[in-house]
Design a protein around this ligand. Structure first.
Ligand SMILES: Nc1ncnc2c1ncn2[C@@H]1O[C@H](COP(=O)(O)OP(=O)(O)OP(=O)(O)O)[C@@H](O)[C@H]1O
Ligand SMILES: [Mg+2]
Length: 439
């Protein structure tokens, strides 16, 4: 309550619809309902009351006239009866020797009819409403005059007609508005889904711009952006692949020439360098080939992880695997497997034992690879993602790779709309690498 008073708009927000469709509809419906409410209230208050009073006065006037006529010339009772019945919708009866017994029921006291009768009828009277009929008794000399008249004479139909017409037309217009609104929001919703899928590296069917001019522009801008990005990516990958490929031929030639030379420490050193260059080129090629052409498909994550663990380079190192039930996820399986395997290979290379666990949290699939190695110092955590960056600066091929493993792994993770997060493993002392992928 305190919060509500302090931030009324913020508090109100929690109760308002979240979607654009809901909000637009509210903007449309709220004024409509308010206007109708005010109109109905004003109408009810003035018109309805006046009409009710007038109708009651009519009935009371007729009853009073009939009583008057009867008291002055009681011998013409039959004539009055037919007069009242024909012209006044008032059935009339005289019961001689009777007196008024029951008083006016509490619920009808001081109503418009009671007031009108009080104003115009000067003999004791009572009335009641039963079976949609008004029964009025008035005491006259020698007995009681009983009047019966239909209840609908007291009600005006115009109010109900008014409400009915207003409600029906509003409902019809509302339905039309809902249909139009729905059509306006549809392209926006589709665009949001497309953007989401694009962000996660998934394909989506082409769609043509629809809806309001702003939404069309947005769709155009999005499609252009997507095409530009894809063109840029493929261009870069093609170039990288081309360069790596072209360099391999002279390198092979150099290796052959070295092999034919007399063995010496210099030749040995050159051979090692060439070996390393070759490895780097292989790395480049793998990176460039990337996940480019692979399509996303439904992948059973339990099987996927099992395969990734079994496919690791170093089968000597023990890998402990704990899995929670995993969903079927849309991913590029080959690429993602390379990503996970890079993490596992690092862990086996830099640690003695490896722990892999996989679980889901909200809309994310999380795969954690931990080891008991030396880990990575905090200040180097972002640097190890750079291409060819290795903590072991000797770049000794025997102790490790070329330094592209994490670069490729992060590239693949980000291509799926996710990321790789490195930290120190609390449980095992080494590195903790978490792959997070939305699904
Ligand atoms: N689990 C780990 N424990 C300790 N250091 C690690 C771990 N994983 C990576 N590193 C450090 O980060 C550097 C970069 O890793 P990255 O996987 O990119 O390259 P690499 O393993 O050296 O070569 P490759 O391209 O064959 O994977 C490594 O050289 C290593 O120093
Ligand atoms: Mg590696």
């Amino acid at each position: 309550m305190k919060y509500f008073l302090k931030h009324p708009f913020k508090a109100l927000k929690a109760y308002l619809p979240k979607s654009m469709f809901g909000r637009s509809l509210l903007i449309l419906v709220l004024p409509l309902v308010l206007i109708e409410g005010v109109a109905a209230y004003v109408f009810l208050d003035s018109h309805w009351e006046r009409v009710a009073k007038m109708l009651a006065r009519n009935i009371a006037g007729e009853v009073a006239a009939a009583i008057d006529l009867y008291t002055h010339t009681p011998d013409q009772e039959a004539f009055y009866k037919s007069l009242a019945g024909t012209y006044l919708k008032l059935r009339m009866d005289f019961v001689p020797g009777e007196k008024i017994q029951s008083p006016i029921p509490e619920e009808w006291k001081d109503t418009a009819l009671d007031m009108a009768l009080k104003d115009q009828v000067f003999t004791p009277y009572t009335f009641n409403i039963q079976n949609r009929e008004i029964l009025i008794d008035a005491e006259v000399a020698g007995g009681v005059l009983k009047f019966i008249t239909p209840l609908n004479r007291l009600c005006s139909k115009s109010f109900f007609l008014f409400i009915m017409w207003v409600s029906i037309t509003s409902a019809i217009f509302l339905l039309i508005a809902v249909a139009f609104m729905h059509n306006q929001v549809k392209p926006l919703r589709r665009l949001a889904i497309a953007a989401d899928r694009f962000g996660k590296g998934r394909s989506f069917p082409a769609f043509k711009p629809e809806g309001a001019i702003e939404i069309r522009k947005l769709t155009h801008a999005f499609t252009n952006m997507k095409e530009r990005l894809q063109r840029q990516l493929t261009q870069k990958a093609d170039m990288l692949a081309g360069v790596s490929h072209d360099l391999r031929t002279p390198l092979t030639r150099m290796r052959l020439q070295l092999a034919m030379m007399m063995p010496s420490p210099e030749v040995d050193g050159l051979q090692k360098d060439i070996e390393e260059m070759n490895k780097m080129l292989e790395g480049y090629l793998t990176f460039a080939r990337g996940e480019g052409l692979e399509e996303t498909c439904e992948t059973n994550m339990n099987d996927f992880l099992q395969e990734a663990i079994e496919g690791r380079a170093d089968l000597q190192t023990v890998v402990h695997y704990t899995s929670h039930p995993l969903p079927v996820v849309y991913v590029k399986p080959q690429a993602l497997k390379r990503c996970v395997m890079n993490l596992i290979n690092n862990a086996t290379r830099y640690g003695h034992e490896v722990w892999v666990k996989a679980f889901t949290d909200k809309d994310y699939l999380i795969i954690v690879v931990e080891d008991d190695g030396t880990g990575i110092p905090d200040e180097k955590i972002e640097e190890v993602f750079k291409p060819f960056f290795r903590l072991d600066s000797s770049r000794n091929i025997a102790t490790g790779g070329v330094g592209l493993g994490l670069t490729i792994a992060r590239d693949i993770a980000q291509g799926h709309g996710g990321d790789i997060i490195l930290s120190s493993s609390v449980d095992h002392g080494g590195l903790k690498a978490s792959l997070v992928v939305p699904y």
